[in-house]
Design a protein around this ligand. Sequence first.
Ligand SMILES: *Cc1c(COP(=O)(O)O)cnc(C)c1O
Length: 354
Amino acid sequence: MSRFFSAEYKSLEPYTPGEQPQDQQYVKLNTNESPFPVSPKAAAAAAEAAERLRLYSDPECRMLTPKFCEVFGLAPDEVIFNNGSDETLNFAFMAFCDETHPAVFPNITYGFYPVFAEINRVPYEEIPLREDFTIDVDAYCGINKTVFIANPNAPTGIALKRAEIEKILRTNPNNVVVIDEAYVDFGAESCLPLIKKYDNLLVAQTFSKSRSMAGARLGFGAGNPELIRDLNTIKYSTNPYNINTMTMAAGVGALSDEEYTKANCRRIQENRAFTVDALRSMGFTIPDSQANFIFAKHESVDGETIYRELKKRGVLIRHFTKPLIRDYNRITIGSREQMQIFLDTLRIVLEERL
Ligand SMILES: *Cc1c(COP(=O)(O)O)cnc(C)c1O
């Protein structure tokens, strides 16, 4: 730390992104990226847009909005595009939390929530998951705080029903409820249809996972036009050009290829079922996942060992050191071939340990 670093941030503990090693080719199942290439339509549109890089990108994203609204059935004033969901979430902490609207989220969830709360100096409460890792919905009802829930939750993969989230929305009419749907396309119920019914609902989604665009950084927030206006106040006070021209074009391309996205999501769901069956027969406990990853604990070999031994053999998964979940690993669902290599390597690791 330099002697110039602001006292405001000295105690800040930044988020730790998953490893992106450059040293060797791994079977990379650690950051929930898609194993499938971006839609060729998105790639072509981005390449073509390179010609326009001389100009600033359009802060209003007018090239993207009509196609987006057509696909998602939303009005232009119900959406804001951001530099990944992470930016939408950070903006939501800035816009909708303060001393009288503290944040609340599960104790086991996306690791960025506490970081956003800290950097924005927002008080926050973490509510423990139940023993089986499910979210205790009743604990959020009438809580009078700004609620952040990832649905499906990370890193458990467990999803809430839309009706359960509706209970939280209905009982907290004076607070915003942010539903982070980064993984919703892999089998959970989206809350987008509730936007017109609840003026306190903000849904965050991303093109990173189901549309194979993690490197492009494109996410959106959807909600009541007044909430979107507030988020735009934050956006225009930080970085109005948060979506670059090539990403915007890629977004349009991806949205004109929704069949491709749907087919890829179906393949992930099939590979997930295949992997879960195989792992359970090898002695793993796994909650039912609606995401493009699973959360697995072995009956006798600890999580850290499995992570380390797989990494030595070229397979990368995600291990968390938080005591409550350190017996577990989060495994991204990749292609069938990747999952086969993962399972074969895992069998070798387990045989050596048992
Ligand atoms: C991946 C992820 C995000 C962030 O997605 P980006 O759009 O790539 O910033 C947000 N929330 C959760 C729960 C995620 O896993």
